[in-house]
Write a protein that binds this ligand. Structure first.
Ligand SMILES: [Zn+2]
Length: 311
């Protein structure tokens, strides 16, 4: 295993030594899900038994069959779990994300299949976040549309809602841990911005924002400092939003360079993917720990084709 900047990464070769076939992939996921005790995903009963017909189990209470795929993002997918694990490995180890074209070539599946797999994995990236505290940088950005290098002056005078195919994404980053929370918001009104910061940052924390008027009311409950971007004073000593801005840089490089734009409809899922990968890389140094984390979140979550394509 290679170590780089304190990170322990495993190569593709090592990955396939760990998961040489479908059985090892199934064992791994079963252990992750039921290592503490086997239960039925339909009714939570523990009166279950393994059937001779692998990989099926039978529940003695609800009399339903199940496998490790039941009630997970892998359900009703014909793609082997070994390929799913490799897709997760690739998603976790690529800094800017992975395109469905690239994934389809790596896995030997159709591009439409790879596209759907990636969306299901993004759903697995949607995790409940704990409130941030200490010093928290807050910033909003516009993602989407075709206008490049939108001038800052224009950004703050834009009316509410997504404009010119752009969507507003709000981000909050805890300085000490590097933990990030980000998601699309409908507008940049004072009401919305205050509500979202309230929801995600502990009262009494120090909050750094830019000088957008929408953040003014934060002074009441937070130690609020703002950076005056419009006068081009980017850094006032320690008061910067450079941390969250570096998150936007990664997100936008992925948006342009890897995904070649994504639809606003799926904005939340893409942002989830980037935030999950960043948070995961801060929390876990080892590729396997990151894989465990993503796989655990893939269990007990589902995304049907109808949910993905329907309005
Ligand atoms: Zn049951």
């Amino acid at each position: 295993m290679g170590t780089h900047n304190g990170e322990t990464t495993i190569s593709t070769f090592e990955f396939f030594e760990m998961f040489p076939d479908e059985d090892t992939a199934i064992d791994y996921l079963e252990d992750l899900r039921w290592g503490q005790g086997l239960y039925c995903p339909h009714c939570d009963s523990e009166r279950v038994k393994r059937l001779k017909q692998v990989p099926y189990f039978l529940c003695n209470d609800c009399r339903k069959k199940f496998t490790v795929r039941t009630d997970t993002v892998f359900e009703r997918s014909h793609v082997p779990l070994q390929k799913w694990l490799y897709a997760m490995y690739l998603l976790e180890t690529s800094r800017k994300g992975i395109s469905s074209i690239h994934l389809s070539k790596q896995l030997g599946v159709r591009q439409a299949t790879a596209w759907f797999m990636l969306h299901r994995l993004r759903e697995a990236c949607d995790v409940e976040a704990l409130p941030l505290s200490g010093t928290v940088e807050v910033d909003e950005t516009f993602v989407g549309g075709s206008k490049k290098n939108m001038h800052y002056e224009r950004k703050i005078t834009l009316p509410p809602g997504s404009v010119g195919g752009k969507e507003i994404v709000l981000g909050m980053r805890e300085r000490e841990s590097g933990e990030v929370i980000a998601y699309p918001i409908p507008d940049t009104t004072s009401r919305t911005l205050n509500r979202e910061v309230w929801r995600n940052v502990e009262r009494g924390s120090t909050v750094y924002t830019d000088d957008h008027y929408g953040y003014n009311n934060l002074d009441r409950h937070f130690n609020h400092e703002s950076v005056n971007h419009t006068k081009w004073q980017f850094a006032d000593g320690d008061v910067t939003t450079n941390g969250i801005e570096s998150v936007w840089a990664v997100l936008k490089r992925g948006y342009k360079g890897v995904y070649h734009h994504w639809s606003c409809k799926n904005m939340r899922r893409y942002v989830n993917e980037f935030v999950f990968r960043l948070n995961c890389s801060k929390r876990y140094n080892h590729t396997i720990d990151r894989l465990n984390h993503l796989a655990r979140n893939a269990i007990a979550k589902r995304l049907t084709y109808e949910e993905l394509t329907g309005d």
